[in-house]
Structure formats: C-alpha cells, structure tokens
Write a protein that binds this ligand. Structure first.
Ligand code: TGC
Ligand code: FAD
Length: 388
C-alpha cells in the first residue's frame, strides 16, 4: 500500500475542501524541503531552526486562524491541518507555531487593547517578532491558579516579581504573555525583551523536544508599563481560554507525528528480511501495523469533526480536551510501536520515530497532562470536579 493510503486509510483528507487540501500540500512541501534536511543536526545540537521563521510567516503558518491586523484569518480546520503537517516534521516545529498563534496572538487579539493589537499582531503573523506564554511555575503546573508570581500597581507601571518555568520559545522571544496575581485577580501582561528585571535563561539537556527552546522567565521588580496589561483579562479563565486554542492544535498535530512513524515503520518492515522473509509478512508485525492504522484513523476522524465543530463555535473545552488526550496518547503508542518494529536501528537518529517518541512525552504532559484532560472531560460529563 502506498504511504498516503496507509496514513489516510479512510480517505479522511478527501473530506477536505480545495483550500484545505492546498494548505496541506504547501505545508507538507515546506516541511519536506526546508525542515527535514536539517532536523537531525538541529536535534543533536538542541537548537530550534530560527532561520525558518520568516518563511513560516510568509506561508501564513503563524496565527493562521486569527482575523484582521494582517493575520491570515483562515478556518480552524485549516489551522489544524497546518499543525498536523508541521508535527509530521517535529513536535518542536508545531510547538513554535502553537505558542505563537494560540498562546500569544490569540490572547492579544481577544483580550488586548487596539494599540496592543496594532503593534504586535502584524509582526507576530509575519514572524518578525517571536512570542512566548508564561503560565506554569516550578511549583504550580497542573494547578496554575495557585501561581505565586505577582504584579503590583505603582503609578503608571506594574511591578512583576516571580518566575515562570518550562516556557516554550522563552529565550528567543521578543514578547512574553505573562499571567500574574494582582489585587484585582489574575491578569495578563505583555513583558518585552529587554525590560529591566526580566531574564529568560534557557533550560538545556532535555531528552525531549530538543529542537525547541524551553526556558525559565524570571521577574525581579520588573516594571511593566500600564499600557502593557491586557485589559480583557481579570481571572484565570482568560489564561485557560488560550489553552483551549493550543490543545485543539495539538489534537491535530499529534496525528502528523503518528503518521510519520507509521510510514517509517511500514517502509522498514517491507524491506527488512529475517528468516528469509520481509518482517512485514509476520503475523505479529501485521497486528502491530493494524493497531497503528486503526488508532490513527480514529484520531483523524475525531480531529476533523472537532475542527468542523470549532468552525461552528461548538468546540467546548471538554470536546477539545477529549481529542487532545486521545490523539496524543495514541500517537505516543504509535511512535513506540514504530520504534519497536525498527528494533535496534530505531534507537538511533538514522530513523525519526525515536525522536517523535521522546517528543510526544512532552506533548502528553504540556497544555495539561493526559490525566488532567481526563478530569476536565470527567467534570463535564458528571458535573463533579475531581481536581482536588
Ligand atoms: P476552575 O475553577 O475550574 O476554572 C476557573 C474559571 O475558568 C473557567 N474555565 C475555563 N474557561 C475556558 N476554557 C477552559 N478550558 C476552562 N477551564 C476552566 C471556569 O469555568 C472558571 O470560570 P468562572 O467564570 O467560574 O470563574 O479552575 P481550577 O483552578 O480549578 O483549574 C482547573 C484546571 C485544572 C482544569 C485547569 O487549571 C487546567 O487546565 N490545568 C492544566 C494546566 C495547563 O494546561 N497548563 C498549560 C500551560 S501552557 C503550556 O503547557 C504550553 S505548551 C506549548 C507548546 O510548546 O506547544
Ligand atoms: P504537575 O502538575 O506537578 O503534575 C505531576 C503529576 O501529577 C502528573 O502526572 C499529573 O498528571 C499529576 N496530577 C496533578 N494534579 C493531579 C490531579 N488533580 N489528579 C490526578 N493527577 C494529578 N507551560 C507554560 O505556561 N508555557 C509554555 O510554553 C510551556 N511549555 C512547555 C514545554 C515543555 C517541553 C514542557 C515539558 C512543559 C511546558 N509547559 C509550559 C508546562 C506544562 O504545561 C506543565 O508541565 C504541565 O501543565 C504539567 O505541570 P507539571 O509538570 O508541574 O506537573
């Protein structure tokens, strides 16, 4: 079976319209031609390919579903397809786009002042400015409402103190969207690179997402001008609204990583000879491949229907969490099974499945862990919150 038939077994892509198919092909070509030739070296070096950012902007891959202010204004399904094709390359490439679009441009577009939108959105869409999103702290991950970072109003400034942890893009960002506790509740702030009292040291030596920048954000009496507060923020709710956007993209993105692993495992199984036969001819390998195709296909149907619901304004947080939870979990299982089929070779970077496998460990954890997504769905189903 040809690889596109294998990774689209139920012809789900045939349900795409012309624009959706065109975007899929453009992003796949970009990833194949510009990203794949360099990912091994970037991953080994622990480096994000910043050189590709302007082209991502040109292609409309940054904040593709944000409208106005020179942003692409495409549908949520198109946004999902973009995330899927980026993550076929690497979860770190998709992370960059997720953070820029869903966690930086979305809050500015939704909670920002007219001046903030005009100043930042066009530059972020073009990739001329890079953003990051600071919610998590070292001691407060799943429970961000317990954050300790504070912002105190002094004259025409807010003074920020505290630290955020595990922040994607942190050290390369021109702008950090940071949530902090104030006397009036949790509010969002636009903290700019170079503000006195603000540093963003990079976290090195990761096993996972090595081609993505992860950092700490430290605020020591950092003075942020009053006009940099996001006026539409007043509680944790607005921070959580951003997460719905990014979790939605991840539900699609994980499918890209899974498809890449499936295709790699199948190609290997067909050409690898043991006991005088291709290993693809063994029953145990075939049931592994069947399981992989089954879960990928189910995930694709889930993502597309979620996308159509989102375009109709019906993607509730629980619907988004269900898809993020399911698709990442099964993508991780698919990547592990691919590595198993690749056997010894699969533990080296001659193959990509091992890289996807370790990346997906982060994806399962960030944007709310697998179990937190389960509790979000459980609360919506039963009416009983079980977080504490
Ligand atoms: P809780 O009391 O339940 O909620 C507070 C208020 O917010 C409302 N709400 C939501 N609104 C919109 N969307 C959602 N998903 C919402 N979830 C809750 C809720 O209705 C309430 O509103 P109101 O009007 O009554 O005030 O809040 P809680 O403190 O009990 O926490 C709930 C919980 C555990 C679900 C939440 O905090 C959570 O989702 N925890 C997981 C944390 C997380 O996902 N962090 C992600 C950080 S960003 C990241 O990982 C980026 S990775 C980027 C990359 O590289 O791709
Ligand atoms: P904890 O919350 O300490 O959880 C520990 C364990 O306890 C987990 O298994 C969890 O599922 C479980 N647990 C917690 N609460 C419960 C409960 N009530 N019931 C049952 N089990 C529970 N954050 C940002 O703000 N911005 C970013 O850009 C960002 N990027 C990231 C990039 C990477 C590579 C990584 C790894 C993380 C990133 N994060 C970011 C942080 C991420 O969102 C958190 O790691 C995640 O929310 C989990 O928090 P934690 O690691 O502190 O785990």
């Amino acid at each position: 079976m040809k690889s596109h038939q294998l990774s689209d077994f139920y012809e789900v892509d045939a349900l795409f319209n012309e624009e959706e198919r065109a975007v899929r092909d453009t992003v796949r070509q970009f990833v194949t031609e510009k990203f794949m030739p360099r990912i091994r070296e970037d991953y080994r070096a622990g480096r994000f390919p910043v050189e590709l950012i302007p082209q991502m902007g040109e292609l409309g891959l940054l904040g593709s579903n944000i409208e106005g202010y020179d942003c692409p204004g495409m549908s949520h399904v198109v946004y999902g397809i973009i995330q899927r094709e980026l993550e076929r390359g690497d979860s770190g490439l998709r992370s960059f786009s997720s953070v820029q679009g869903s966690l930086v441009m979305y809050p500015i577009a939704t909670f920002g002042s007219e001046e903030q939108k005009q100043r930042w959105l066009p530059r972020l869409a073009r990739g001329e400015a890079i953003g990051c999103y600071g919610l998590t702290e070292a001691d407060h991950g799943s429970d961000p409402g317990a954050m300790e970072t504070t912002a105190r109003r002094v004259g025409d400034h807010w003074i920020l103190n505290g630290a955020k942890m595990w922040i994607t893009n942190g050290s390369i960002a021109d702008l950090a969207v940071v949530f902090a506790k104030t006397d009036e509740g949790i509010r969002g702030f636009l903290v700019e690179k170079g503000f006195e009292g603000f540093t963003a040291p990079e976290i090195r030596h990761k096993w996972s997402l090595r081609a993505s920048v992860t950092s700490e954000l430290v605020f020591q009496d950092c003075a942020v001008p009053a006009e940099n507060m996001l006026p539409g923020t007043s509680s944790l709710k607005q921070a959580l609204m951003c997460l719905n956007q990014a979790r939605y993209g991840i539900a699609w993105g994980a499918l890209g990583a899974a498809a890449a692993c499936l295709e790699e495992a199948m190609a290997f199984a067909q050409q690898r000879i043991q006991f005088r036969r291709p290993v693809a001819s063994f029953q145990l390998i075939q049931t592994k491949l069947t399981e992989m195709v089954t879960e990928l296909t189910k995930g694709q149907l889930l993502a597309l229907q979620l996308g159509r619901l989102k375009d109709q304004g019906k993607a509730t947080p629980a619907r988004v969490s269900l898809a993020k939870r399911n698709n990442v979990y099964h993508a991780r299982a698919i990547a592990r099974t691919a590595r198993e089929i690749l056997a010894a070779g699969g533990i080296t970077d001659e193959y990509h499945s091992g890289r996807h496998m370790t990346n997906l460990e982060s994806v399962l954890t960030y944007e709310g862990t697998h179990d937190i997504q389960g509790l979000i769905v459980g609360a919506a189903l039963t009416g009983h919150e079980a977080f504490a």
